[in-house]
Design a protein. Structure first.
Length: 495
């Protein structure tokens, strides 16, 4: 460690965000460009170089965090990039989008603010691209084996890159017109600008990975036909079957799923549309669901110029400090967090009917009512207790023109026919069943990511992609030197 007293002498300093009034006028990332480099080496100095680095176990990728913290503190960016990329194919993605369970597991976080691991990670990744430390790595020779990867989210891309580098000929099939999955059309540009995605795709093309966009396996090409064409198939389609809200009035016009709304806003940023057909401009918006997808809708609606926007969370407002009885260190705690979108809504007072940051906690939707034309006009809700029982006399109605349902996802979408055509076995909760080696009940077909694990974090998605790649490589070659950071049955640390 470069400074053994760094954690005692240097306070935590996060990547500063641009002023709210400035950033809500555009779709650029919310952080001040270049503001990390002047402070990041000292922040890396705060790493304690623990004898047992729990941040490793908190991260499913097993990132070598103390090692690259030490290298950054010494400003050895090339070596830091090597150590970072040894365990993570896309650190510029996780450094922007991951909620950082590694920081929850930081030993310093027992009684002080954790090391800014996520900021150090993204600083290394961005510096690596600027300095040319991430050239394409095509294989020295080809194996003669072919692999189809279905889905181009973080799991599919990680699996494809690992298998391509191992010498197999890999084709990635994506049903949308661009590569990236939810990173392309689900994640707003203000959280991750798409040029970060584009340069990784170009790197993968240069390594030999092939991409087939606008191709839904099961509809545009038969699943059985694809299976017969390739030596192995990896299903990484994600968990895109959204959860519904079965309450009276759901059929009214103006009620949409978050993943109907967010892709259209992203297409405006891509230049495909001038204005989103579901734009929140001038509308009273209510978002049902308190997770990250709901926050993405919140930030998007603010930028589109909503008249008001309120987010409903069925859970009670958490405290600002970890509850050691419920979420002891080093587990990821449920605490009050202020995302960039919530900060914007708070400062702009976008939700006069809600709490200060646009959220209404412990709120459950009872029904919707509309006007004579069938347009939704009000959302009726009630406050609930810890057991989700209605609190007497707490009912109220919010005026609304646009309702966005951000209730999560239950498993892979079956409309394309992929699951049924291959006759894949499913778990009771609707995800694809697989054994300890990521293999499905169909020989040569493997499943990874949210389609099999269920809705999870981007860092788990990349870990699944790396692990399934090792399993496929072993299936094709008899053995594998590819890393497998997790098994299909691993789960985040919990009590």
């Amino acid at each position: 460690m470069a400074d053994p007293k760094g954690f005692m002498t240097t306070p935590r300093q996060d990547w500063p965000r641009r002023p709210v009034e400035e950033r809500v006028r555009d779709w650029d990332e919310v952080y001040v460009p270049g503001a990390l480099l002047p402070v990041i080496s000292k922040q890396a100095d705060r790493c304690m170089d623990c004898g047992i680095p729990f941040c490793h176990d908190a991260c499913p990728l097993g990132n070598l965090i103390p090692e690259w913290n030490d290298l950054v503190s010494r400003e050895d960016w090339r070596a830091a990039s090597d150590r970072l990329h040894a365990t993570n194919n896309f650190p510029e993605f996780t450094g922007r989008l991951c909620p950082a369970p590694c920081e929850a597991g930081c030993v310093l976080a027992i009684n002080q603010p954790a090391v800014t691991i996520k900021n150090v990670e993204v600083a290394i990744a961005d510096r690596a691209w600027e300095e040319g430390f991430t050239p394409p790595r095509p294989p020295d020779r080809l194996s003669g084996k072919t692999v189809a990867v279905i889905g181009s989210g973080p799991t599919g891309l990680a699996a494809a890159q690992q298998l391509t580098r191992a010498g197999h000929t890999v084709a990635v099939y994506e049903r949308d017109d661009r590569i990236g999955g939810l990173m392309r059309y689900g994640i707003p540009a203000f959280k991750m600008e798409k040029h970060h995605l584009e340069r990784r795709i170009e790197q993968m093309r240069a390594e030999g990975t092939r991409f087939r966009t606008g191709t839904a396996v099961g509809r545009d090409v038969g699943a059985a036909e694809l299976r017969a064409r390739y030596d192995a198939v990896v299903i990484a389609t994600g968990a895109t079957a959204w959860r519904e809200l079965p309450v009276p009035g759901r059929e009214l016009t103006g009620i949409h799923q978050a993943m109907e709304y967010l892709p259209l806003a992203n297409r405006v940023c891509e230049g495909d549309l001038e204005v989103s057909p579901l734009s929140a401009a001038g509308k009273h918006v209510v978002i049902v669901g308190g997770g990250d997808t709901g926050a993405d809708c919140l930030g998007t609606a603010v930028r589109e110029g909503a008249a008001s926007v309120t987010q409903l969370d069925i859970y009670a407002q958490p405290g600002v400090d970890r509850d050691e009885d419920i979420d002891p260190w080093p587990t990821y705690p449920k605490i009050y967090r202020l995302s960039a979108a919530h900060e914007e809504a708070r400062d702009l007072r976008s939700a006069p009917a809600a709490d200060a940051d646009a959220r209404l906690f412990a709120a459950s939707t009872l029904r919707f009512t509309g006007d004579e034309g069938g347009q939704v006009r009000a959302l009726h809700l009630v406050e609930v207790d810890a057991l989700r029982r209605p609190v007497a006399g707490s009912g109220r109605a919010l005026p609304v023109d646009l309702v966005l349902l951000a209730l999560g996802f239950s498993g892979p979408d079956r409309e394309d026919g992929l699951v049924d055509q291959l006759e894949l076995a499913l778990e009771p909760r609707g995800t694809i069943a697989r054994d300890a080696g990521f293999a499905t009940n169909v020989p040569g077909v493997f499943a990874a990511g949210d389609a099999a694990r269920g809705q999870s974090l981007i860092v788990w998605a990349i870990a699944e992609g790396r692990a399934v790649a090792a399993a496929v490589d072993r299936h094709l070659s008899g053995s594998s030197r590819l890393p497998a950071p997790i098994s299909p049955h691993d789960r985040p640390m919990s009590v």
